[in-house]
Ligand binder design. Structure first.
Ligand code: GLA
Length: 395
């Protein structure tokens, strides 16, 4: 009897401590840099070091961007013992991780549950524990795990078992659980980022297997069309985010050149309302003053990183304009007025519609200005594809 009770207590303790650990690595949405959106498969050791240097030199690290994440295309071949070696672009991964850590930053890497990654490099299929241990030995702090060729295995299984409608999705959930368990077994806290494009309503099961973030969509591109379709499509997922576990509408494109300054401000504001990971995807060594001021708008970052971890959502739509709100810790509210149209629009709302019924003080988070106190209607003119973002505080 005594053994049974203590076995139960042990299991309860394990579950509780794993979720405490899971929350701790991502108490707020992760921030940092990822190589893919700018460097794609060309990324090298030198690019990663340069990103780490730039995070420090620009002040981005001190603004909260701490992860330096290598995406696809770092992998070489496995040796006779199955140990994966980096390719010639990454001569010494441990030394690179040490360099990143020496700058007060964290180090992230990428793999796939399939035999091959999306860019056709070696995946972790059949080598999950071995790879997790390798990452831990290098000092990895973040793993992005991208479905890629595992999708072919899922399709095959669905074909072989037409009677079992859940077979493909079950395989996928098991593959992600397997890596989550493997990471946990290393004893090193490693943020686990699922990337399977939102399949099988991942937001409903990723937190319970130990996922810290999960992509909700297919890939973002550096256009207003792609960014806005993804970003404005996220409202219904708000209930699934919270400290330790976040919806991920994909990495930032700010600074990659395909959008205007106003469009990038919309991108950054929307991602912050969404409590999304803020992973810069540009070449940090070559930023314009505008890129910097967007990525380092600390007032907007503060919205993204709010401790309550309550994801914002759409309050209303009127033609091509949308109002989004996010409740913040301490009772403040972030309000973003978006103009998705081609001509300037005046957008108005009643401050009480945000849940704040008394007088509120209004701070403009892009103009960095206090606009005084209001108790009724608040209006702003918003440029095409642009945003005006306020922080409201009970006066
Ligand atoms: C997929 C992911 C991207 C990126 C590439 C790398 O497309 O969604 O974010 O990781 O693979 O090949």
């Amino acid at each position: 009897m005594k053994t049974r009770v203590s076995a139960v207590a042990f299991v309860v303790l394990m579950v509780a401590s794993s979720s405490v650990a899971q929350t701790r690595v991502a108490a707020t949405p992760p921030m940092g840099w990822n190589s893919w959106n700018h460097f794609f498969s060309k990324v090298s050791d030198a690019d990663v070091r340069s990103a780490a240097d730039a995070l420090v030199a620009t002040g981005m690290r001190d603004a909260g961007y701490t992860y330096v994440n290598i995406d696809d295309a770092w992998q070489g071949k496995r040796d006779a013992n199955g140990v994966l070696h980096p390719n010639e672009k990454f001569p010494d991964m441990k030394a690179l991780a040490d360099y990143v850590h020496s700058k007060g930053l964290k180090f992230g890497i990428y793999s796939s549950p399939g035999p091959q990654t999306c860019a056709h490099y070696e995946g972790s299929y059949g080598h999950e524990q071995q790879d997790a241990e390798l990452y831990a030995s290098w000092g990895v702090d973040y793993l992005k795990y991208d479905l890629c060729s595992f999708g072919d295995l899922m399709k095959q299984s669905a074909k072989d078992h037409p009677e079992d409608k859940d077979t493909a999705n079950r395989m996928m959930r098991e593959a992600y659980s397997k890596m989550a368990d493997a990471l946990r077994a290393t004893g090193r806290p490693i943020l686990f980022s699922l990337c399977q494009y939102g399949l099988d309503e991942v937001w409903k099961w990723a937190p319970s297997i130990g996922g810290n973030t999960w992509r909700t969509t297919y890939d973002i591109h550096d256009t207003y069309g792609s960014m806005s379709e993804i970003g404005f499509g996220q409202s219904s997922l708000a209930p699934y985010a919270g400290p330790g576990h976040w919806n991920d509408p994909d990495m930032l494109e700010v600074g990659n050149g395909g959008m205007t300054e106003d469009e990038y401000k919309t991108h950054f504001s929307l991602w912050s309302i969404l409590a999304a990971p803020l992973l810069a995807g540009n070449d940090l060594a070559k930023m314009t003053a505008s890129d910097r001021s967007i990525l380092m708008n600390r007032e907007v970052i503060r919205i993204d990183q709010d401790a309550l971890g309550s994801q914002g959502k759409r309050l209303s739509v009127d033609g091509t304009t949308e109002i989004w709100v996010r409740t913040l810790s301490g009772g403040d509210v972030a309000v973003a007025l978006f103009n998705r149209g081609q001509s300037a629009q005046t957008i108005s709302f009643e401050s009480s519609a945000t849940g704040l019924t008394s007088r509120v003080s209004v701070r403009d988070l892009w103009a960095h200005r206090d606009l005084g106190t209001e108790s009724g209607r608040i209006s702003a003119t918003v440029v095409p594809h642009g945003v005006v973002m306020f922080r409201l505080h009970r006066a």
